[in-house]
Design a protein around this ligand. Structure first.
Ligand SMILES: [Fe+2]
Length: 236
């Protein structure tokens, strides 16, 4: 019995160390263990900014498909499974060519959406506080100017993609947009926050009115989570 307990403790210790090694921030999960993270709230929790059916399809179908396709690609290359998905995205040029695009699209889709669910919450909104508020103020002039620039970049992204607030290597905040499921990590930028401007994110409620979706989205933003990501970006 004593031996069994000891081996159990050893097993837990090894698992803990492994997770510390392979999930260096900003890892969402070990590539070998990619799983669809559960939504941290009900499908209807973000209504009326985002309707329940959109949330259900977006999470249970779109995100789930990225996870399935990513795992199918990783199954061919066990060595890649030892890295976090974020690390794979940062080093796409080192990925075998036959699965590179699949991992770019579906690994990006997984990481992007895993962040997306956490930076929203019911009864969100308001304004950032603390060091993030100060950084936004000094970079963009005001919170309102930042919001406007972010919305503009989201509206101007042609076709499917994302709009981001990122930290660049010079430790300056920047607003960028990316196509498809590309993540800023692919360009050496740290994603502090991002909004999904694929039609699947808003079309059921907003139809072609992306600008209205972008405007309403601020009501469900989870600033506490974004501030955590901003603090982490300092050591990236
Ligand atoms: Fe999406």
């Amino acid at each position: 019995m004593k031996k069994f307990v000891q081996s159990l403790i050893n097993g837990v210790a090894i698992a803990l160390i492994a997770s510390m090694v392979f999930t260096a921030f900003p890892a969402t999960s070990n590539a070998a263990l990619v799983q669809l993270p559960p939504l941290p709230y009900d499908y209807a929790a973000l209504a009326p900014s985002i309707d329940a059916e959109t949330m259900q399809l977006h999470h249970d179908k779109h995100h789930a498909t990225y996870v399935t396709n990513l795992n199918a690609a990783l199954e061919k290359y066990p060595a890649l499974q030892k890295q976090s998905v974020e690390s794979l995205l940062q080093n796409l040029d080192q990925i075998p060519e036959d699965v590179r695009k699949t991992i770019q699209n579906n690994g990006g889709g997984h990481v992007n959406h895993s962040m997306f669910w956490t930076i929203m919450k019911p009864d969100g909104g308001g304004k950032p506080t603390g060091t993030l508020a100060t950084a936004i103020q000094s970079t963009f002039g005001s919170y309102e100017a930042f919001q406007e620039k972010f919305n503009q970049a989201g509206a101007n992204q042609f076709g499917s993609g994302w709009v981001w607030l990122v930290m660049n290597p010079q430790k300056q905040l920047q607003i960028i947009s990316t196509a498809n499921q590309d993540n800023p990590l692919m360009q050496g930028l740290y994603p502090v926050m991002g909004n999904d401007v694929w039609e699947h994110a808003y079309y059921l409620t907003y139809r072609n009115r992306r600008a209205d979706y972008l405007k309403s989205w601020w009501n469900v933003v989870n600033w506490a989570e974004i501030e955590k990501r901003f603090v982490s970006s300092a050591s990236y």
